[in-house]
Design a protein around this ligand. Sequence first.
Ligand SMILES: [Ca+2]
Ligand SMILES: [Ca+2]
Length: 231
Amino acid sequence: MSKRPNLTIEAPRLAVRLDRQFPHGASSLTHSASRLTSHASRLTDKGFTLIEIIVILAVISILVAILTPTVLKFIDDAQRSSAANSVQVIAAALNDLIKDTGKFPGSKTSKNFLCSKNGDFATDSTSTWAPDNTVCSNLFDHLIINDPDGNGTPDESVTDYRTSGKRRYRGPYLSSIDEDPFGNVFQVNVSTLIGGDKNPTWVISAGPDGDFQTAVTDKELSGDDIGIRLK
Ligand SMILES: [Ca+2]
Ligand SMILES: [Ca+2]
């Protein structure tokens, strides 16, 4: 059986505790209410800031979703434009080399292709391009230094382009040759310049997809390949 509280004794005790809690009566209660309101206001402020952040993040996400395709297309266009410019520059330099020396680069090397020094070898759906350096003479050795035999000794009178006479090597024809903008080597099917070969001679990049769709014997470009014909 529970013990009932003695109200006669508890009432004065409660009065004493209230006096201790609110010693200034109504003014103290008003002050306490004000503090509660302030605290609530701060909480509201924090909640509003959070909402603002969420809204900003949502706006940023929408902008990224809208702008990303545009930016990617801009980058792709810039890379394709760079590759198109590079094949033209390499082709012009090869024409200058041929005009100066009176020699086709293919006649100065036993390899069927010229390839830029840096970069990976693109995959090749046509199976007609150089798969690796074993069949590539370095464009660097023709257009930047006079060492088409690639033995590391430029300007050799017999194996390299002539260095004297009216028809002689007047390079360098370029300051540098990098890989294409997609990380692969530029290729030139240079053997087609000699021996009355009827096939076209391409200076070519495999393009953004890193795969050749244009065969060595094709007269027109295919896929996203980027190239220019020397003949
Ligand atoms: Ca040499
Ligand atoms: Ca391609």
